[in-house]
Design a protein around this ligand. Structure first.
Ligand code: C5P
Length: 225
């Protein structure tokens, strides 16, 4: 079973402040999307990478990535108005021989290749949907109009990407659910299918706000890159 990695990279990144689309912002001298795709492309399980580029930037993204993707097939499409639309566009362009699909946010630029391999392996083992998760370290409080209460954090997990799916399940989830959800496992869950969890990795943090770029820069420096 071959694995394709879809990379939604079409977000504007407004929470990062004014500037280029988020996936083209630099971290240690290279755009986030280059970091993300380099790591995916070196994962031994990944045979192809499909990037959903910011509107109007497909050619730029192709030129940035061509020298980086040596061992996998590279396809670049234009992303959509929502993350879900960008994933759907990338899925439509995925090579037909790939039965396992990883979906990985360009914003999680430093997720290690081993994480992609672990998620793909769990799908290969028979789980139709797989997400990497981390425990919650803070105490969590739910706030409503009538007050607030503590939620038991032992039962909670933070969800990362890459998330992994059998291709047919992800295609069905996208075809049947048009609710605006923030990840793909949520769509699969709507089909009534179980979502399997595997241990996540701290380096797979999502770059959303300026503070995250500071943390990611430190992670990159510690990697020696
Ligand atoms: O906005 P957020 O940080 O949740 O986006 C997660 C990922 O989805 C990012 O990598 C972003 O580039 C991507 N995205 C996309 N198309 C959109 C919106 C977000 O590919 N229209």
């Amino acid at each position: 079973q071959d694995t394709v990695a879809l990379v939604p990279a079409a977000g504007r990144g407004e929470r990062l402040g004014p500037g280029a689309p988020k996936s083209l912002r630099h971290l240690g001298g290279e755009p986030l999307v280059v970091h993300a795709v380099r790591r995916l492309a070196t994962a031994s399980s990944v045979a192809a990478v499909v990037v959903a580029a910011p509107p109007g930037a497909s050619e730029t993204v192709r030129e940035l990535l061509a020298p980086v993707v040596m061992t996998a097939e590279l396809i670049v499409v234009e992303g959509g108005d929502t993350r879900q639309a960008s994933v759907a566009a990338a899925l439509a362009a995925a090579p037909g021989h790939c039965d396992i699909v990883l979906v990985h946010d360009a914003a999680r630029a430093l997720a290690p290749p081993e994480l992609a391999d672990a998620v793909a392996a769990a799908v290969r083992d028979g789980h139709p949907a797989v997400v990497p998760v981390l425990p919650v370290v803070d105490t969590v409080r739910q706030v409503t109009a009538s007050g607030s209460s503590t939620i038991d954090r032992e039962a909670l997990r933070l969800v990362q990407t890459p998330q992994g799916f059998s291709r047919s399940v992800l295609a069905k989830a996208h075809a049947e659910c048009d609710d605006a959800l923030t990840d793909d496992a949520g769509l699969v869950e709507r089909l009534g299918l179980p979502v399997h969890t595997v241990p996540g990795h701290p380096n797979a943090l999502k770059v959303t706000r300026p503070f995250d770029l500071v943390v990611a820069s430190a992670v990159l420096a510690a990697e020696g890159g």
